[in-house]
Design a protein around this ligand. Structure first.
Ligand code: COA
Length: 273
């Protein structure tokens, strides 16, 4: 098991999704290591519940997504369910519909999210990782989208994220071949942010999470909102949302605290107001 330095506070999907909070950092664990954390529909629904809880918890400023065990982040959708629930176009649409709300929740999540990736990150696991804001991976991690090996059409939102991270050329190579790439290559093509020796992965990911958590929440939110709007088509961009968060930031107590702390040569204490 991944050595998580906190206890589980809540679980969903029969214990296959775990949720906890540690020092302002929410943690969601995909916990089905015997199946390399393959995602069943129940797990998608559990992920949605955990994301909602941590979103609504005012003590949580950042959320880490991590896989249990030493072998995988998430090895994709649970293929053993496909014969029953994803065997043709109609069933597949219903299957997508059941996970759509959860995917949207992650895509539009108001707090920063970090995927902490050890071992296999495949198919639907790549989708989860790509929907997170930041990807920190161990040196033993492997990435791939084997949709062409299974005969699956990968989703629009998955490919949109892939193209925006690695560009169309690498997206095509990955999708046409279904090949797996290692952490070094994933880093080089921009799929992940950083590669860490396996033994230091959790500590390094928590360091980044704590750094984010100690920063001014409104300023972090302003960056998150503005970057998300930049990635939309121009016609769909909500420039008012960007102005609104910019105004909240510049009028905030935290901005006052930030500039005072700098002048007084001390660490600022931010409250998110
Ligand atoms: N769905 C369902 N079961 C899965 C799974 C998945 N996505 N990934 C792994 N499993 C199961 C295996 O069937 C196996 O079950 P078993 O113990 O009952 O035989 C168990 O998890 C361990 O997998 P195994 O293949 O023995 O482990 P490995 O370490 O040699 O390989 C993977 C791990 C992830 C590379 C390999 O299991 C794999 O290729 N999985 C499918 C990945 C995939 O195609 N994902 C996209 C789905 S859309």
């Amino acid at each position: 098991m991944l050595d998580l330095p906190h206890k589980t506070e809540k679980s969903h999907a029969d214990g296959k999704i775990l949720q906890s909070v540690d020092d302002g950092v929410g943690v969601i664990t995909f916990n089905n290591p015997d199946k390399r954390n393959a995602m069943s529909l129940d797990m998608w629904e559990g992920l949605g519940l955990a994301l909602t809880d941590l979103r609504d918890d005012p003590t949580v400023r950042v959320v880490i997504l991590v896989g249990a065990g030493s072998k995988a982040f998430v090895s994709g959708a649970d293929i053993s369910q496909f014969e029953q629930v994803r065997h043709n176009a109609e069933a597949s649409e219903e299957y997508s519909r059941r996970s759509a709300a959860q995917r949207a929740l992650l895509a539009d999540y108001p707090k920063p999210t970090i995927a902490c990736i050890r071992g296999f990150c495949l198919g639907g696991g790549m989708l989860v990782a790509m929907l997170a804001d930041i990807r920190i991976a161990s040196d033993n991690s492997q990435f791939g989208i084997p949709a062409a090996r299974l005969g699956i059409a990968y989703s629009y939102d998955g490919l949109r994220q892939l193209v925006s991270l690695v560009g169309p050329s690498w997206a095509r190579l990955l999708m046409y071949t279904g090949m797996r790439i290692d952490a070094t290559e994933a880093l080089r093509i921009g799929l992940i942010n950083r590669v860490i020796p396996d033994a230091e992965l959790w500590g390094s990911t928590m360091d980044i999470a704590r750094t984010i958590s100690a920063n001014a929440p409104l300023a972090v939110q302003a960056a998150k909102i503005t970057i998300a709007e930049i990635l939309k088509d121009r016609a769909d961009r909500d420039m008012d949302a960007i102005s609104a968060i910019g105004r909240s930031c510049m009028d905030s107590e935290d901005f006052r605290e930030g500039r005072r702390a700098f002048m007084e040569k001390r660490k600022p204490t931010f409250t998110g107001r």
